[in-house]
Design a protein around this ligand. Structure first.
Ligand code: ATP
Ligand code: MG
Length: 426
């Protein structure tokens, strides 16, 4: 369609009615599950002061280095469309004096200037949770188990939780210098050639090289982060895993998993599906005990995750065909039209999706439109029916008709919806 004058910006999507309905169903399920774990939902502004993200995510991360949509308003203030939810939620937690322990959840769109591809967009939706003010392996394990269960309920198959402990800030510091020594040595003796991104990362944030899809696998004999963890950190990690064992969560230790953002410590995890490959992470999260304090609050530990809604839809769902109005009210002449308008109003008060043609048309033409709209049943209002105080309901799939009193329209609708439940997404 080259003649179109305007197209949506690259990497963005239109959610058309079919997908909207699917999302509603999925999000209803997700919200129910998240609430069952004691979380309350929150919405933060679409844009924040740029500083918030630089300060929290870290200026040597992919997001801050190259993925943020930053703009200046007329007064020269710098704002950024939120690329992630944790920093804004913690900012809101502090600004609204929400008391810990607090379990906050969100469903929000995020913006990142990435190269668009399947499951990777410039505007996408995340569902996320943050458990703020609790430090115990039990909450880390619960947060992971919740993500795992939700993905399972959504129909994601062959799930594996990849889990690692990245220790405390001090432990990581010691490891960083050991890793740096190793990298320098290998580069000098010519046995290691880093990619361009990693060459830059090396001095700013060498841990992220472990996570690099190109260079990570080359570092098999590099020093292991685990060897730098204190007994306390190791014990914390072991306890999380023992809960996961108890709850039969399928997990695998992944020593090179460090996660992109600066604010994580101790627990880091991702959930992937072996059906679609581990490159396309469905959910990612971790513990971040210093963020609340970094943003000016009292020292408050926290743990959370975010999942990408489009990744679930892309990989595990087909966009369904959706029904049109349930009842399509058809008339035979001006008199019956007058009656039908009143009937339609009643059906709508019963909150049953319904429609008519508005413009005068033959019964045949009306039925054609009902068909095209994919209506479920036609309600035909003729003079005979009006006299009998009844309506004729025609099933548009089978063609079968019944003559019933108006109030039966509710029963017919409810029975049909109950019959469809569970068999179709919608
Ligand atoms: P990736 O390694 O795939 O870039 P990430 O580490 O940047 O992921 P997070 O910031 O942890 O991802 O976001 C959590 C989840 O949000 C991801 O697991 C993914 O499902 C989803 N997500 C991240 N970026 C995008 C994107 N550009 N488009 C669609 N979904 C995304
Ligand atoms: Mg990313």
């Amino acid at each position: 369609m080259n003649t179109l004058k305007y197209k949506r910006p690259k990497g963005t999507r239109d959610i058309i009615p079919e997908e909207f309905e699917l999302r509603e169903v999925l999000l209803e399920k997700i919200k129910k599950s998240i609430r069952a774990y004691g979380y309350k939902f929150i919405i933060t502004p679409t844009f924040e002061h740029t500083e918030l993200f630089i300060r929290s995510i870290g200026d040597s991360t992919d997001i801050v280095e190259k993925e943020m949509y930053t703009f200046h308003d007329k007064k020269g203030r710098s704002y950024t469309l939120r690329p992630e939810g944790t920093a804004p939620v913690i900012r809101a937690f502090l600004e609204n004096s929400i008391m810990p322990p607090a379990k906050l959840a969100y469903i929000m769109n995020m913006f990142r200037a990435e190269r668009p591809q399947k499951g990777r967009y410039r505007e996408f939706w995340q569902v996320g949770v943050e458990a703020i003010g609790i430090k115990d392996p039990l909450i880390d394990a619960e947060v992971i188990e919740m993500g795992y269960s939700i993905l399972k309920e959504l129909g994601a198959e062959k799930l594996v939780v990849l889990i690692n402990s990245i220790g405390s800030i001090e432990e990581r510091q010691a490891y960083k210098s050991a890793l740096l020594d190793y990298l320098n040595e290998k580069e000098q003796d010519g046995t290691l050639e880093l990619c361009n991104d990693c060459k830059r990362r090396k001095n700013r944030n060498p841990l992220r090289i472990l996570d690099c899809k190109i260079d990570g696998p080359k570092l098999k004999d590099a020093p292991k982060l685990k060897e730098f963890l204190s007994n306390e950190s190791l014990k914390y990690f072991e306890e999380i895993k023992s809960y996961l064992d108890k709850w039969k969560v399928n997990y695998r230790e992944e020593p090179r998993l460090v996660r992109g953002l600066d604010y994580y410590n101790h627990t880091a995890f991702e959930i992937v599906s072996e059906k679609i490959g581990v490159e396309d992470t469905l959910l990612g999260g971790g513990r971040y005990d210093s963020l609340v304090e970094d943003l000016g609050g009292p020292a408050t530990p926290a743990v959370g995750w975010a999942l990408g809604l489009e990744r679930i839809i892309n990989y595990f769902y087909q966009i369904p065909r959706i029904s049109g109005p349930f009842y399509f009210v058809a008339t035979v002449n001006e008199f019956s039209k007058g009656y039908a308008i009143g009937l339609l109003k009643k059906i709508r008060e019963w909150k049953i999706p319904s429609d008519m043609t508005y413009e005068p048309k033959s019964l045949k033409a009306q039925m054609k439109i009902a068909d095209r709209l994919n209506a479920v049943k036609a309600v035909i209002v003729g003079e005979d029916e009006i006299k009998l105080q009844k309506v004729r309901v025609r099933d548009l799939e089978t063609g079968k008709e019944v003559l019933v009193p108006e109030k039966d329209l509710v029963k017919i609708y409810e029975e049909e919806m109950a019959r469809r439940k569970g068999k179709e997404v919608l």
